[in-house]
Design a protein around this ligand. Structure first.
Ligand SMILES: NC(=O)C1=CN([C@@H]2O[C@H](COP(=O)(O)OP(=O)(O)OC[C@H]3O[C@@H](n4cnc5c(N)ncnc54)[C@H](OP(=O)(O)O)[C@@H]3O)[C@@H](O)[C@H]2O)C=CC1
Ligand SMILES: Nc1nc(=O)c2c([nH]1)NC[C@@H]1CN(c3ccc(C(=O)N[C@@H](CCC(=O)O)C(=O)O)cc3)C=[N+]21
Length: 297
């Protein structure tokens, strides 16, 4: 029997687990605040950001949203970040990626005060994570570790294959999986667009994390019997639905489900976990900035 990994359920448990920390902060006069900054007309980005704001409201985090025109001068974004860095009510800042081409993405990541960088993308935070003492683990890979924990997936000694090497998913996921730490200790292979024999690598994998942004790249025939399959991909493909599209992952669910031991769906798998871990990092950030001890789930 294949187990469906329910990201909505585990994300709800994480959100519940944040209530005590949020209470402790409020008792000391602090409401955790998360600022989201959107500089894009992309409808998918707009959807994600509004979901993040709704999550904040649900758990009692103060959500602040800033929207900039996609063709506004880059300076407007840099100035916005400076203002949010200086605002004591803002404990976490997320600039939705991608930013327009005329904006220097690396400058954006460096501009965010590292203690408010709840994405964990600032070079200082990347360095800390790689060195094994993360301040904020990046939300998607951290959420995946929480899913593995919730479904008793043993990573120690496992063969893991990460498909994709992006700065926001593939690289940090690989880093966490190879760490000498809980939900690490996996023997990890990273595949990318120049990989010659993706199927050959996948055939040996006990754990597959698919984050390529290619609809249904990974199919059941490539997988090892009983593998745990984590599908990060969120691809909008044209379909005769009310919205005119449907979401598909980087894994062909129908064929993969036949072979996998445990598998995440899209939607309802990794996506809700990414959002839950953003709330987690925001509560942690508020604790660090106010010296209030907070218990985290
Ligand atoms: N569920 C969630 O919470 C999140 C979902 N996503 C989704 O996850 C997917 C990946 O996102 P992200 O990491 O930002 O994407 P990027 O486009 O930044 O990176 C994609 C990676 O996949 C590799 N790749 C592309 N094609 C292939 C292929 N045919 N075979 C093997 N590797 C390939 C690329 O290789 P190369 O480096 O050589 O170009 C690259 O490393 C997207 O669908 C995105 O929407 C992203 C973030 C969070
Ligand atoms: N600075 C920054 N940080 C990010 O974390 C970040 C980013 N930029 N840019 C884009 C990607 C993508 N991402 C998602 C988060 C949640 C869902 C999510 O909640 N998905 C739901 C449903 C989505 C839907 O219905 O459209 C699900 O999978 O069930 C998806 C994608 C965060 N990202």
């Amino acid at each position: 029997m294949t187990t469906l990994i329910d990201g909505n359920e585990v994300a709800a448990e994480i959100r519940d687990g944040l209530a005590d920390g949020i209470e402790s902060l409020k008792a000391e006069g602090t409401t955790p605040g998360l600022a989201t900054v959107l500089m894009s007309d992309d409808p998918a980005s707009e959807t994600y950001v509004s979901m993040k704001q709704r999550d904040c409201e649900e758990v009692g985090i103060n959500g602040i949203h800033v929207e900039l025109d996609a063709d506004a001068p880059a300076e407007e974004l840099y100035d916005t970040i400076d203002d949010l860095n200086a605002d004591p009510e803002v404990h976490g800042i997320l600039v939705q990626m991608p930013v327009p081409d005329h904006v220097d993405k690396r400058r954006v990541l460096r501009a965010i005060d590292p203690v408010k960088d709840v994405d964990g993308f600032h070079p200082e935070n990347v360095g800390r994570m790689v060195a094994g003492h993360a301040r904020y683990k990046p939300c998607t890979p951290h959420g995946i570790q929480k899913l593995l924990e919730a479904y008793d997936v043993e990573t120690e000694g496992a063969e893991a294959v990460v498909v994709g090497r992006s700065d926001i998913v593939g690289k940090p996921m690989t880093n966490l999986l190879i760490q000498k730490a809980p939900f690490g200790n996996a023997t990890t292979t990273v595949c990318h667009s120049r990989t010659k024999d993706l199927a050959g690598h996948l055939a040996d994998a006990d754990i597959v994390v698919a984050a390529a942004g290619v609809p249904e790249l990974v199919t059941g025939d490539m997988l090892k019997e009983g593998a745990t399959v984590v599908d990060v991909g969120i691809n909008r493909v044209d379909a005769a639905t009310e919205k005119g599209y449907e979401l598909v992952g980087d894994v062909e669910f129908e064929s993969a489900e036949e072979v996998a031991g445990k598998i995440t769906p899209v939607p309802g798998g990794v996506g809700p976990m990414t959002r839950a871990m953003l709330l987690y990092n925001t509560v942690k950030a508020a604790g660090l900035q106010t010296d209030v001890p907070v218990d985290l789930p």
